[in-house]
Write a protein that binds this ligand. Structure first.
Ligand SMILES: Cc1ncc(COP(=O)(O)O)c(C=O)c1O
Length: 377
C-alpha cells in the first residue's frame, strides 16, 4: 500500500513538460535561466583538480561550516558552533526532510501554512505525522496567529515557517516573530524555518532569520540552499543550522540518509563565501529583476500582488478571465507560450484565488519576451 496515495507528479514537472511541449517560455519552475558565477565554477574545478574527490566528513567540510558560521555572525549576530550546530546537506529539501524524519513520530501534528512549498506535507505524511494546515490570509499572505493558537493540541510537535515565502513572496514581520516566540515558549514547539531565499529580500526590508532570536532558535532547525541563492539549483547543495541538542539527533538520520555531501563543491563554496559581496549583492541583483518584470508588465491586464522577497511574482488575472487557475495557466502556456504555476497547486484542498506565479530569476531577454506575450492576453 502506498505511503503517499494522493501524491502524483508535482505541478512543477507538469508545467515544465507542458512548456517544453509547446516551446513556451518557462517562468514556472523556480530556477534561473542564466549561469552561476565563473569564479565559483573555477573554485569547484580547482578542488577537483587538486584531488578533493573522496568522501567529505559526515557533517560537512570544516572550512565550509566555518565560513557559514562567520556569515551567520555577520548577518544575524548569532554565534553558532560549526562543529556541532551546522550540517551540510544535498540541498534545502533534504535539509527539511531530515529534520522531520529525525523528530516527527507517528501521530505528531505539524502546523503548515498554505500555500506551502510542495515537499512539506508529503515529508510529514511519509513519517506518519499529521499535517495541520492553516491558510495564509489573502491577498497579503499573513499568518493569523489567533488561528494558529486555536489549532495547537497536546500532539502539536512542530510549526513550519518559510520566509521569504514560496510561492507568495511574503516575508515575516517583527510582530510575527514575537507571536511565534510566545507560542514556542508556551507549548515547547519545535520550529522548522525554511530560509532558502534568505538573501532575496527587497525594498530595504531585512530578512528576519530565526537565527536572530535565541529564544526561538533554541528549539529550531533553520534550513538553507546554496542552489537557490548562487544560481546553481542543479548542484543541490544546502545546509541546516540547529542547536547542538537537536543537531545530534538530526545527524543520526543524516549519516544514514546520505552520510556526506559532494566534496569539491563544498571546497568551492567555502572559498566563495569568504567574499561577503557574493551574498550581499544578491538582494539588489534580484530586486532589479523583479522591478524590471513589473515595469514590463505594467500595461498588461495582470494585477501584481506584492512580492517582498524570493524570486517569485504572483499575478491576479481577474481582469482577463474567470477560469480556474489550472485551466488558465495551461491555456496561456498553450496559446500564448508562457508557462506559470497555478497557486491552487500549493493548497491541499486546491483553494483557488485566481492567481498564478511567475519566476523572475531569468535573463532580461527572457523577461522581455515573456512580458510581450503576456501583454497580448
Ligand atoms: C521554499 C523552498 N524550500 C526549499 C526549496 C528547495 O531547495 P533545494 O533545491 O536546495 O532543495 C525550494 C526550492 O524551490 C523552495 O522554494
Amino acid at each position: 500500500m502506498s505511503k503517499l496515495p494522493n501524491v502524483g507528479t508535482t505541478i512543477f514537472s507538469v508545467m515544465s513538460a507542458l512548456a517544453a511541449e509547446h516551446k513556451a517560455i518557462n517562468l514556472s519552475q523556480g530556477f534561473p535561466d542564466f549561469d552561476c558565477s565563473d569564479e565559483l565554477k573555477a573554485m569547484v574545478n580547482d578542488a577537483m583538480q587538486q584531488g578533493y574527490n573522496q568522501y567529505a566528513p559526515m557533517p560537512g567540510l570544516p572550512a565550509l561550516r566555518n565560513a557559514i558560521a562567520e556569515k551567520v555572525m555577520a548577518l544575524y549576530g548569532q554565534q553558532v558552533d560549526p562543529e556541532t550546530e551546522i550540517t551540510i546537506t544535498p540541498g534545502g529539501t533534504y535539509a527539511i526532510y531530515t529534520a522531520i524524519a529525525a523528530y516527527i513520530h507517528p501521530g505528531d501534528e505539524v502546523i503548515i501554512f498554505e500555500p506551502a512549498y510542495d515537499s512539506y506535507i508529503p515529508n510529514v505524511l511519509v513519517n506518519g505525522g499529521k499535517p495541520v494546515r492553516i491558510s495564509l490570509s489573502f491577498p497579503d499572505y499573513r499568518i493569523n496567529w489567533q488561528e494558529v493558537r486555536s489549532k495547537i493540541t497536546p500532539r502539536t510537535k512542530m510549526i513550519m515557517i518559510n520566509t521569504p515565502h514560496n510561492p507568495t513572496g511574503a516575508i515575516l514581520q517583527e510582530e510575527d516573530i514575537l507571536e511565534l516566540e510566545k507560542l514556542v515558549a508556551e507549548f515547547d514547539l519545535l520550529v522548522l524555518s525554511d530560509e532558502v531565499y534568505e538573501h532575496l529580500v527587497y525594498d530595504g526590508a531585512q530578512h528576519l532569520s530565526i537565527l536572530k532570536y535565541p529564544n526561538i532558535f533554541r528549539n529550531s532547525f533553520v534550513t538553507f540552499s546554496f542552489g537557490k541563492v548562487f544560481h546553481n539549483t542543479g548542484w543541490k547543495m544546502g545546509y541546516c543550522i540547529a542547536p547542538k541538542h537537536l543537531m545530534q539527533e538530526y545527524r543520526k538520520v543524516h549519516q544514514y540518509l546520505c552520510f556526506s555531501v559532494n566534496t569539491p563543491m563544498q571546497h568551492g563554496l567555502a572559498r566563495f563565501l569568504a567574499t561577503p559581496s557574493h551574498y550581499l549583492e544578491l538582494s539588489s541583483f534580484y530586486q532589479e529583476k523583479r522591478d524590471y518584470f513589473l515595469e514590463l508588465m505594467r500595461d498588461s491586464r495582470f494585477t501584481p500582488l506584492a512580492s517582498k522577497g524570493s524570486y517569485f511574482q504572483l499575478m491576479k488575472y481577474d481582469r482577463i478571465s474567470d477560469e480556474g487557475d489550472k485551466a488558465f495557466a495551461t491555456r496561456i502556456t498553450k496559446e500564448f507560450g508562457v508557462a506559470s504555476i497555478p497557486v491552487s497547486a500549493f493548497y491541499e484542498n486546491g483553494k483557488d484565488d485566481h492567481v498564478v506565479r511567475f519566476c523572475f530569476a531569468k535573463k532580461k531577454e527572457t523577461l522581455e519576451q515573456a512580458a510581450a506575450r503576456l501583454s497580448r492576453i
